[in-house]
Design a protein around this ligand. Structure first.
Ligand code: HEC
Length: 132
C-alpha cells in the first residue's frame, strides 16, 4: 500500500511538471527509426526508463485516471490518426506526444524521450507496444 501511494504521488508530481512544458518537434526523424525492434528490450525500457527519464510504467499503469491503459494498444493504434500506421502512431506518441492527445486525457506525457532514446531503442519500445 505504501509503495502504491508513493507511485501515485510521483505520478502526480511528474504530470504537474511536464504539463508546463511545450512540446517541440521530435529531434529524431521517423524515417531514421528501424522498422524492426526487439520486444524484450522494449519491455525493459518501458519498465525501467533510461537516465533521468521516467519509466513509461510510472504513468501507464492499468486504471490510472491520468494516463491511457495501453492494454489493447496494438488494435487501436492504426485508427487513432488518419493516414498514420500503428508503427508511426506509436513513434509520435513517444517522441512528440502533444501531436495527438488520446481522447479523454490531457497533454501530460513526459515529452523529451526523443532526446533520451536512440532510434533503435524507440524501435524496441514500438515493437513492445505493438504486442500490448
Ligand atoms: C508523465 C506520465 C507519462 C509517462 C512517463 C509516459 N506517458 Fe505515455 N501518455 C501519458 C498521457 C497523459 C497520455 C495521453 C495524452 C497523449 O496522448 O499524449 C499518454 C499517451 C501515450 C500513448 C498513446 C496512447 C493511445 O491510446 O493512443 C502511448 C503509445 C504512450 N503514451 C506511450 C508511452 C511510452 C512508450 C512511454 C515511455 C517511453 C510513456 N508513454 C511515458 C502519460 C505518460
Amino acid at each position: 500500500m505504501q509503495i502504491l501511494r508513493l507511485i501515485l504521488i510521483t505520478h502526480v508530481l511528474i504530470i504537474v511538471l511536464t504539463a508546463c512544458n511545450p512540446n517541440p518537434p521530435s529531434v529524431i526523424n521517423y524515417a531514421d527509426v528501424p522498422r524492426e525492434g526487439d520486444v524484450a528490450q522494449g519491455e525493459i525500457l518501458f519498465t525501467s526508463g533510461k537516465n533521468s527519464a521516467p519509466p513509461c510504467i510510472l504513468c501507464h499503469i492499468p486504471e490510472s485516471p491520468a494516463s491511457p491503459d495501453l492494454a489493447g494498444f496494438a488494435e487501436r493504434a492504426d485508427s487513432q490518426v488518419e493516414g498514420q500506421s500503428a508503427h508511426e502512431y506509436a513513434f509520435y506518441s513517444i517522441t512528440e506526444p502533444a501531436q495527438f492527445i488520446a481522447e479523454g486525457y490531457g497533454n501530460a506525457m513526459y515529452n523529451q524521450y526523443d532526446e533520451i532514446f536512440t532510434p533503435q531503442e524507440i524501435a524496441d519500445l514500438i515493437a513492445y507496444l505493438l504486442t500490448l
